[in-house]
Ligand binder design. Structure first.
Ligand SMILES: [Zn+2]
Length: 253
């Protein structure tokens, strides 16, 4: 039996196939990632009302059949398009990076509702013009943790002590190392992490979501966070996220 599901969804990715159809990948708060075929999406504007753009919040109606990977998108209705996000390269780059992270790095997790809320909140804040690169840091840290890939920032992964000063991030260990345990590293590239950056990362993980809007990562903390997360994600996926690699080309000033 096919089941018909109506839900809010964030569009993560779309791909045209054939003459008229489109495959849409979206995130829902209850079912996680869904890949659905939108039949005649490029011809039947009526059924989808131009709502199938990445980084849009949409009310979707889709049909799912057991044992079938591809769901069938019946209709979609735009709830919020966040047009301001697309008007600036910086906010667009941050939004695209969060979307790709959700696409690639959300495994089986119990935190889908929180994850959905975090992504939705990030899009609202980016649309409102808040500093994009700082928002990307706080929300990317959060999305990784909620998706089930969160590195361990609190204690050294070898001795268990909490470093008071500098720490180093090890993608292989999935967390930080203290200065005493650095010599146990066997040729892996480690990433320097200043105490101020680590404090901000912990705040991004632990603050109530609505308070993330006020959390500001200064430029050094942004660079440290994004560089080490890029290394960590590359280690997990065995490849770079396209959007994270693209961040270097963006003028954030
Ligand atoms: Zn240690």
């Amino acid at each position: 039996m096919a089941s018909l599901i109506k839900t809010l969804a964030l569009i993560l990715k779309t791909r045209d196939i054939g003459e008229a159809d489109r495959v849409v990948v979206f995130l829902t708060p209850a079912a996680g990632q869904v890949t659905a075929l939108a039949k005649h999406a490029r011809k039947s504007r009526r059924r989808y009302l131009n709502c199938l753009e990445p980084c849009s919040l949409v009310q979707v109606l889709y049909r799912e059949k057991p044992q079938q990977e591809l769901a069938y998108l019946e209709s979609g209705e735009l709830v919020e398009a966040f047009p301001e996000v697309r008007q600036k390269l910086t906010s667009l780059a941050a939004a695209a990076c969060l979307s790709e992270s959700a696409l690639e790095l959300v495994g089986a997790t119990d935190n889908l509702e929180e994850l959905f809320a975090a992504l939705q909140s990030a899009l609202r804040l980016l649309a409102a013009g808040l500093p994009s690169r700082s928002l990307l840091c706080s929300h990317l840290v959060r999305v990784l943790a909620l998706g089930g890939y969160g590195p361990r920032w609190q204690a050294c992964q070898i001795c268990g002590q909490t470093p008071a000063g500098l720490a180093w991030f090890s993608p292989q260990q999935g967390g930080i190392l203290c200065p005493n345990c650095l010599n146990q590293n066997r040729g892996e590239r480690l990433y320097l992490l200043h105490p101020g950056t680590r404090k901000l990362v912990l705040a991004a993980l632990n603050l109530p979501l609505q308070n993330l809007a006020r959390l500001r990562f200064p430029a050094l903390a942004q660079t440290e966070t994004l560089t080490l997360l890029r290394g960590f994600i590359r280690f997990i996926l065995g490849k770079d996220l396209n959007t994270l690699a693209f961040l270097d080309k963006v003028d954030w000033s």
